[in-house]
Design a protein. Structure first.
Length: 436
């Protein structure tokens, strides 16, 4: 095998360091791009690390102070004060430091890819290593390379430009909702649709229709956008049957059993072909998954196919990573990661959650936000909280037969209130309530 030198650009590294020596404030142009380990030359990594510490302590960065802080042994190891003078003298222009920093970062990422692949190759030759584990680790590490947050600090000029562009685009669309449609018009109008970057919680007691509600939203969103569904409770086949029942209006109990009428087969084949052709939804039924694993999988989907909405069913079944903490802290970590994932990946994250038994102890059974299990962290992190309620479940003689209520208990950018929809469990379908 041909031995090849690792990617690196010594001149770009020198230009970055020399620019900081010549103009200390230039360091602020690159600290969001570079870390000391991104430098190929060990002496350059040491110099940059020291410069960062000096800057954080408001210590002026020049050849004398830098040499003093490095100390005699380290200054000798980097080539002496004469090398610092060389860095200073060779600077072309401090205004191009960011361009050079990007070159240094690019070379660093290339080296990371090479190292990751080499590590995987070494593991492949080790019979004690499981192949699937090697592939999984390789995928995760490669996806982490270069997947950094963009600079989100905006001047007022940049902020107003982005804001006016958004307003203009929405005006040209006729003032319609700016989010992704849920398929339920009244919910869209009340919430502005599903907005990327938002963390949304849909909660209810068992048998209130949480999964049905979420799948109806997923089916609608998947007509035009990409959806990832993490179903931690049901099998893939059951999820597929529920989705098909809502699309075909074939009874959801008979459908998975194969008790199909001859005239229903055509609808089933047509709708299943339509769903398969769009191919916009990704279903993961892995049990006991952590939020870290969910984010890694979503990152892969985002990079490979694009991703707009993530649905997780449901919070209680997510495995916490901080197993020694209290349940409140575990839930807090899960919801915090969900919120961060929504922002980092620019997706909407919809998480289903159970309500506590406190609901059953009240006369009216109508849920309130404090009924959320470990509600403090959920209330804090969620941008939108919808509580589902069916009076028919508790009161067979109710006037609200076939009605599911979506109680908007929290909305960061809008009003709260209650919406009513038609609930058809035999088809796993939720639609707008008919107007009489």
């Amino acid at each position: 095998m041909e031995l090849r030198a690792l990617p690196q650009n010594n001149e770009a590294e020198k230009q970055v360091l020399g620019s900081i020596l010549k103009h200390n404030e230039a360091i602020y142009d690159v600290v969001d791009i570079l870390k000391p380990e991104d430098f190929y030359a060990s002496r350059h990594a040491l110099i940059f690390s020291t410069m960062i510490k000096m800057s954080s302590n408001n210590t002026p960065i020049d050849m004398v102070t830098l040499a003093n802080i490095l100390g005699a042994d380290k200054i000798q190891a980097i080539g002496g004060v004469s090398y610092l003078a060389e860095l200073f003298a060779e600077v072309i222009s401090t205004t191009t430091i960011r361009k050079y920093a990007e070159i240094v970062r690019d070379k660093s990422e290339r080296r990371k890819v090479i190292k990751t692949c080499q590590d995987a190759l070494d593991k492949v030759y080790n019979d004690e290593q499981v192949v699937k584990g090697i592939i999984g680790t390789l995928e995760d590490e490669l996806l982490n390379v270069g997947f950094e947050n963009e600079n989100k600090i905006l001047t007022d000029e940049e902020l107003m430009e982005k804001t006016l562009t958004m307003i203009q685009e929405n005006y040209e669309r006729g003032g319609d909702i700016t989010g992704i449609s849920t398929g339920l018009n009244s919910l869209d109008q009340a919430t502005n649709g599903i907005v990327k970057g938002d963390f949304i919680v849909i909660a209810g007691r068992p048998s209130m229709g949480k999964t049905c509600f979420a799948l109806n939203i997923a089916n609608s969103v998947a007509k035009t956008n990409k959806v990832a569904l993490f179903e931690l409770e049901m099998s893939a086949e059951k999820i597929g049957a529920r989705r098909l029942a809502a699309q075909t209006l074939v009874n959801a109990t008979r459908l998975p059993r194969g008790k199909i009428e001859p005239q229903e087969w055509e609808r089933i084949m047509t709708k299943s072909a339509e769903i398969a052709y769009r191919n916009n939804m990704f279903t993961d039924t892995t049990a006991g998954i952590t939020m870290t694993e969910i984010k890694a999988k979503c990152k892969k989907l985002k990079l490979k196919y694009g991703l707009d909405v993530v649905i997780i069913d449901h919070l209680t079944l997510i495995t916490p990573t901080n197993t020694k903490e209290s349940r409140v802290n575990q839930v807090g970590e899960i919801t915090r990661q969900a919120k961060i994932m929504a922002k980092d990946l620019d997706v909407a994250v919809i998480m289903l959650s159970q309500l506590s038994r406190a609901v059953e102890q009240r006369a009216d059974k109508i849920p309130i936000m404090s009924d959320l299990r470990e509600s403090g962290t959920i209330e804090q992190d969620a941008d939108l909280i919808i509580l589902l309620f069916r009076d028919e479940y508790y009161n067979p003689d109710t006037e609200k037969k076939g009605i599911i209520e979506a109680i908007i208990a929290k909305q960061r950018d809008g009003r709260t209130g209650t919406l009513q929809f038609a609930y058809k469990p035999e088809y796993q379908l939720i639609t707008e309530k008919p107007k009489y």
